[in-house]
Design a protein around this ligand. Sequence first.
Ligand code: IMP
Length: 180
Amino acid sequence: MKETTLNGKVFEEIISKEQIEQIVHELSQKINHDYQGKQPIIIAVLDGAFIFAADLIRNFDFDHQFRFVKLSSYKGMKSSGEITHLLDLDINIADRNILIVEDIVDTGVTLHHYQRKLSAQAPKNIEICSLLMKPNSLQHKDLAVKYCGQDIADEFVIGYGLDWDYQGRHLPAIYQLRKD
Ligand code: IMP
């Protein structure tokens, strides 16, 4: 098993670089199929989704606009439950198709909050694409993640954009905190 160490903690690889490439390919095929002619606004959530979004949209073959937003709910390895908007949208989304691109849905608090905020601006439709999801920690069971790359266990993960205390984003695979 491949391992990496950050700040004295050992993380084990759970999704390889090649598996991520396959997941991204499959997700983008589905999205390409569903969004032809719909000219959606793709909203990628910083910081964690920056690598996933960059890989995903390079497979897109439909017209779209792309924006980043920055939301924050995490402190260390726990969700704080409080959402801060550090970078907001500066585009009119009324009557537009919206696709939110996220790195991971954990409790669902962040996207539940953000979806409600966007809904108030009367878009035509909002869908979510997340590379990873932790179904066992999902608090908002009604949160519909239409495009989900892979479900994972309720454990902290890093790599491919996901960080622990701003470290580990550069790792090409997904690593899970090892239980000692
Ligand atoms: P939620 O609001 O609990 O769904 O958390 C969503 C955000 O928390 C994600 O966008 C990530 O930035 C962060 N997050 C959740 N789980 C992890 C993890 O295992 N590793 C790194 N970041 C995580």
